[in-house]
Design a protein around this ligand. Structure first.
Ligand SMILES: C[S@@+](CC[C@H](N)C(=O)[O-])C[C@H]1O[C@@H](n2cnc3c(N)ncnc32)[C@H](O)[C@@H]1O
Length: 242
């Protein structure tokens, strides 16, 4: 289990503060409302619950799942004003959600933390078991061809400075090393982290999804205002349809 998010969970929102969730959520809601009457969301690998807060604000019941205690604490704080929002600390490979959601999301390249096909099969199998039949799975990640181009380099804002180096280990697996400097009111905080992610050709994920009980509805390369994405929308079908 990766512990990287423990080291900088409290700065996660600051570093990713220029993301616009409204347009992502607009599109996720559009997909969902076409497929189900009243969407009940579960965001797997929810991090600090940025997407779930936007869904809650719009009146939807939500559950978040994340295995990092630090991220879960931040997510619970963020959602504390919403009665129909809960956050479960668990790996998404064995979490059991009750009542069952009819939309599962996995956003912002969180699925890329799972490096092996067998790991992905276990994760998608568990998503299938948790989803109501006919429910939707929406996956969003950076597009493979854009990884070095958009993820390497220096990024900075008023409150932070971040340098990312990307080292390809294979055609789809990349090692990242990052240096952070966070400007606080006192001394700046500096730290580093290293992690490995796998990015995907659309068909790699699509075939594992089909094996685990999903029908692919849509593959596209934007989500709201975000570009250079691989977004897969799939539906849980009955075992006899597989
Ligand atoms: C890149 S962050 C994305 C968070 C969030 N989805 C967002 O859009 O900001 C990835 C998150 O996935 C969580 N994570 C990675 N693998 C996981 C797993 N197998 N089960 C549960 N959480 C996981 C990490 O703890 C981290 O919070």
């Amino acid at each position: 289990m990766s512990l990287i998010y423990h080291s900088y969970s409290e700065y996660y929102d600051l570093v990713f503060s220029d993301r616009s969730f409204e347009s992502e959520i607009d599109e996720i809601l559009m997909f969902s409302k076409k497929a189900v009457n009243e969407p009940v969301f579960c965001d797997m690998r929810c991090g600090t619950a940025l997407h779930l807060a936007e869904l809650s604000e719009r009146g939807h019941p939500v559950v978040g799942v994340d295995y990092s205690e630090a991220m879960v604490n931040l997510a619970r704080d963020r959602l504390s004003d919403y009665e129909s929002a809960t956050v479960i600390q668990s790996s998404d490979k064995n979490v059991d959600i009750s009542p069952r959601p009819n939309v599962i999301t996995n956003l912002f390249s969180s699925i890329c933390h799972t490096l092996s096909d067998t790991g992905l099969q276990a994760v998608f199998h568990n998503y299938w078991q948790n989803l109501q039949l006919g429910g939707l799975l929406i996956l969003d990640m950076t597009k493979l061809s854009a990884v070095p181009e958009i993820l390497e380099g220096v990024d900075s804002g008023e409150k932070y400075w971040l340098r990312t180096n990307v080292n390809p280990v294979s055609e789809t697996i990349y090692e990242f090393s990052r240096e952070y400097k966070i400007n606080t009111d006192d001394e700046p905080v500096t730290f580093r982290d290293e992690f490995t992610l796998r990015y995907f050709q659309p068909e790699e994920l699509a075939s594992i999804l089909r094996e685990t009980g999903f029908e692919i509805l849509k593959i596209q390369h934007t989500l709201g205002d975000l570009e250079n994405r691989l977004v897969i929308v799939a539906r849980a079908v009955s075992e006899t349809d597989i």
